[in-house]
Write a new protein. Structure first.
Length: 188
């Protein structure tokens, strides 16, 4: 019995209805418009990364870019940070990234299905496809889980959970150190 496998070509035919359509290992995932606080946290992290990137000159941050690893792995993470060197190789004429950025950030959306997708399905995808670091952000819990690629196993493993009193730091981003409380500023 042949199973249906969604592809990037199928995504192109999806309606422009405000929903986010992604394909992971040939399976279609559909998400509703995100919560106000979800987007606010994305903007806060993006702002900190953008300021740091301009000061360092090391790379770029972008929100919800198309990230096509293969025809059956086509996603739009909430945020990515990519070095200038990798960006030159990954960004193709279609305006999408076709190789892993160094850092991928997903802000959790409410619901078990959404949380499972980010914590399990996307973690495996990003690990398999060569992302160096993955942050899972929870605005209701005001915490950020940090996963880094283990040099021996080459998989993303959780190395820290940072809370409001902590600084968010990464070996990928030398000198980047916002206080986590600033990221969750203005979140009710």
């Amino acid at each position: 019995m042949k199973t249906l496998r969604w592809t990037s070509k199928d995504l192109e035919a999806m309606p422009d209805d405000g929903k986010r359509y992604e394909i992971i290992d040939g399976e279609l995932y559909v998400a509703k418009q995100p919560h106000w606080n979800h987007q606010l946290v994305c903007m806060q992290i993006g702002t900190f990364l953008s300021v740091w990137s301009k000061q360092s000159g090391l790379g770029k941050v972008n929100g919800a870019p198309g990230l096509i690893f293969a025809e059956d792995d086509d996603v739009a993470p909430d945020l990515v940070w990519i070095s200038n060197q990798r960006l030159a190789m990954a960004l193709e004429d279609d305006g999408k990234l076709h190789a892993a950025p160094e850092l991928v950030i997903e802000v959790l959306s409410p619901g078990n299905i959404n949380e499972t997708r980010d914590r399990e399905v996307k973690l495996k995808l990003y690990s398999r496809r060569g992302v160096n670091e993955y942050w899972i952000v929870s605005w209701p819990r005001r915490q950020i889980e940090v996963f880094r690629r283990d040099p021996q196993s080459l998989i993303l493993e959780q190395v820290a959970t940072v809370y409001e009193q902590d600084m968010l730091q990464s070996s990928l981003l030398p000198g980047f150190a916002p206080r986590v409380s600033e990221i969750f500023e203005d979140i009710d």
